[in-house]
Design a protein around this ligand. Structure first.
Ligand SMILES: Nc1ncnc2c1ncn2[C@@H]1O[C@H](COP(=O)(O)OP(=O)(O)O)[C@@H](O)[C@H]1O
Ligand SMILES: [Mg+2]
Length: 294
């Protein structure tokens, strides 16, 4: 069965991964590039876990962009089941077909209504059947319940989907699979075993500064440096919701829009709500930065 699967060698090595992700605007580091390289070579799904806003989803998008593969995305939430992840029959169309039929036997009719034209493909089946290689992003898998997770596990281990009325559909081209998790619940060991694991944490100050310079055009290096330093010191506090890269970028853009060129006390006080979204967090940060409340 695996004979139809091509060997992965879409990147020539770790450096190549890092360079090519950077051309899409995604700044990685050696740890990230190494796991992506291995996922490519070993044809294994990549499970990326970490706090919200550190670039998990963006990594999958960057991989699809640099490989020029279609990105097929399953956004997980409670209530995602087979019919949302794999496939569903188009009941309305089936009903119309049955109503329009005058004299066919049930055997003929059922063969007809359980065939391709009546099939609604959902993301995972779409990725499995895609003739072109693609990136399959299963985003926020920790939001799925256990049963739905098990369903995906089956697909990821066999690269096939069985539709009782149609038979087993085997992937011709293995998708590059990226799963992300915000760690809201523990994933099953079986799932983890199938995947290569990457824990994506907040970036180093240097990398975050580079990300800011890349994503907020027009910002000066000095201000970018100040921004990431303040963010880093705030992250070390015990907060309800520590600011992520997403918030750092929002903050940097805000400062730029307000034509603030240096981070003094007044500037921080005015703009802090972009960075922190809980009153208690704001108070802690103000105290830490020795800023008087407004
Ligand atoms: N390494 C990176 N290089 C460039 N931009 C990044 C990087 N990591 C995160 N970002 C930016 O930060 C924001 C949040 O990233 P996202 O992938 O949505 O986070 P997550 O999926 O982990 O919650 C996005 O705007 C993304 O462009
Ligand atoms: Mg995400």
């Amino acid at each position: 069965m695996t004979s139809t699967h091509r060997a992965g060698a879409r990147f020539s090595g770790i450096d190549d991964v890092q360079k090519r992700l950077a051309t899409t605007g995604y700044l990685s580091d050696e740890a990230i590039a190494t796991v992506v390289h291995l996922a490519d070579r070993l044809n294994k799904p990549l499970l990326v876990e970490g706090p919200a806003g550190v670039g998990k989803t963006e990594l999958a998008k960057a991989i699809s962009r640099t490989l020029d593969y279609e990105l097929i995305r399953l956004q997980c939430y409670e209530g995602v089941d087979e019919t949302k992840a794999l496939y569903e029959w188009n009941y309305k169309k089936q009903l119309l077909r049955i109503q329009a039929d005058q004299g066919s036997s049930w055997d003929v009719l059922s063969e007809d209504i359980f065939s391709e034209p009546f099939l609604l493909e959902r993301p995972v089946l779409k990725a499995i059947r895609s003739k072109q290689p693609c990136v399959l992003l299963i985003d926020e898998i920790d939001k799925l319940d256990f049963e739905a997770e098990a369903l995906l596990l089956e697909v990821l281990s066999d690269w096939q989907v069985t539709i009782p009325e149609m038979g087993t559909l085997v992937a011709q081209e293995l998708p590059f699979v990226v799963l992300t998790s915000n760690n809201e619940r523990e994933l099953s060991e079986a799932l983890k075993r199938r995947c290569l694991y990457l824990y994506l944490d907040y970036p180093s100050t240097e990398r975050e500064k580079q990300i800011v310079l890349q994503r907020v055009p027009g910002i000066t290096e000095t201000l970018a440096e100040q921004v990431v330093r303040v963010v880093k010191s705030i992250r070390d506090l015990e907060l309800k919701k520590a600011p992520s890269i997403a918030e750092t970028l929002d903050w940097a853009s805000t400062l730029l829009h307000l034509s603030i060129t240096t981070l003094d006390e007044e500037a921080i006080r005015r703009t802090m709500p972009v960075l922190l979204k809980f009153q208690t967090d704001l108070e802690k940060a103000r105290e830490h930065l020795k800023i008087k409340g407004s």
